[in-house]
Design a protein around this ligand. Structure first.
Ligand code: SAM
Length: 360
């Protein structure tokens, strides 16, 4: 009885603290700093369990399968993948290897799943998702457990930043034909550094595809307006996020600058597609940044940015409102192959005709 009362008092205290923090975002920011620091210590002691990638825990099997197929289709379509082959890496797969299974079914010989954390999962639910995918895509069903999916290797406990830097040193000519991620680069503590290392890991002619969501993932929303997370200076934002994998707030202007740098160095040809804008629904199909300009949705998003500008950290003063209005991108790039025709290097946005899954 008293244990029960103790439990419910604790729940009440937690809920009161949560309500108070939701009302005062700066207090919440400092609570994140404390939590991030604690998470860093836990990681040093070897605790790499996380909920952040447990996408499938609260989904039914059909919903999970649909999610996996949609992610795979996006790679095929936006990446213009006429064929899928060789060795691939998926960064931040979270709790499920479904996308890797479909990459294998489409022609990849091996897929590495690189994740800093180990997302909590339910083995039985995983098995049901894999069984359904196997039935729908004609995959062998002999081994459908996370630990022994043929050709698929989980690489937990190493950040993408560290993993690809190491691979680039060990195999300077590149070791991957394809590197993909969904909803992950925004969680890296150094996504731009990781992209540079991933570029070095791509074989000539290799492709890299990342869907990135710049929003605050509920750090301050929905209790506070969408742009609240832009109020804090970069050093403080970093202290809230770098150890725990909360969103890093690396935004469009920084990705564009990196794309230009890599392109001028002749290392990577990139097209950045826009997937979402402040306060608007997702843009489907995703479109190039420059294609946004006549769009009334962009005008509305820019007006929202301008209304919030007075409260933004100083570092955003030089960034255009159009760029700040973009809240998500699809990064599509190709490592030039000097021995292939230069035509190939200009193709990244043509819709792929490869192994796309049709919706029945
Ligand atoms: C929001 S989840 C996305 C999971 C999955 N891709 C999906 O679409 O459901 C982000 C993933 O990134 C992983 N992650 C966070 N920081 C990382 C890092 N520095 N390097 C590699 N993976 C990281 C998390 O563990 C998690 O699996």
């Amino acid at each position: 009885m008293s244990a029960h009362l103790g439990g419910s008092s604790l729940t009440r205290v937690k809920s009161t603290v949560k309500t108070a923090l939701n009302r005062t975002p700066t207090a919440k920011a400092f609570a994140y700093v404390a939590n991030d620091f604690t998470r860093g210590w836990k990681q040093r002691l070897g605790h790499i369990q996380s909920e952040s990638g447990s996408t499938h825990r609260n989904l039914g099997v059909e919903e999970s399968v649909r999610y996996v197929e949609d992610v795979f289709n996006d790679y095929i379509v936006y990446g213009s993948l006429d064929e899928v082959r060789g060795t691939a890496a998926e960064v931040g797969p979270g709790d499920n290897a479904g996308v890797a299974l479909l990459l294998r079914a489409a022609g990849c010989e091996a897929v590495d799943l690189v994740d800093r954390f180990r997302s909590r999962r339910d083995a039985e639910q995983q098995r049901r998702i894999y069984l359904t995918l196997a039935a729908r895509h004609g995959l062998p069903t002999a081994t459908l457990r996370d630990e022994d999916l043929p050709g698929i290797t989980w690489r937990f406990g190493s950040s993408a930043e560290a993993y690809f830097a190491r691979q680039a040193r060990q195999a300077p000519g590149g070791c991957y034909d394809l590197i993909v991620s969904r909803a992950t680069l925004e969680h890296l503590y150094d996504p731009l550094g990781a992209i540079k290392s991933m570029t070095a890991c791509l074989k000539p002619g290799g492709r890299m595809l990342h869907k990135v969501d710049f929003r605050d993932h509920g750090m301050f929303t929905p209790a506070q307006p969408e742009l609240t997370y832009l109020r804090y200076p970069a050093w403080l934002h970093r202290q809230m996020t770098q150890r725990s994998g909360r969103p890093n707030r690396v935004l469009l202007h920084q990705y564009r600058e990196l794309a230009e740098q890599l392109s001028s160095a002749g290392e990577l040809t990139t097209q950045i597609l826009v997937t979402s804008l402040v306060g608007e629904k997702e843009i489907v199909p995703h479109i190039p940044y420059t294609g946004l300009f006549p769009d009334p949705a962009l005008q509305r998003a820019v007006a929202r940015v301008e209304a919030g500008r007075a409260r933004m950290a100083r570092e955003f003063a030089q960034v255009s409102s159009q760029e700040l209005a973009v809240t998500g991108i699809f990064w599509v790039s190709l490592r030039p192959n000097p021995v292939q025709s230069s035509m190939a290097a200009t193709r990244p946005t043509r819709a792929g005709s490869g192994a796309r899954i049709a919706r029945g």
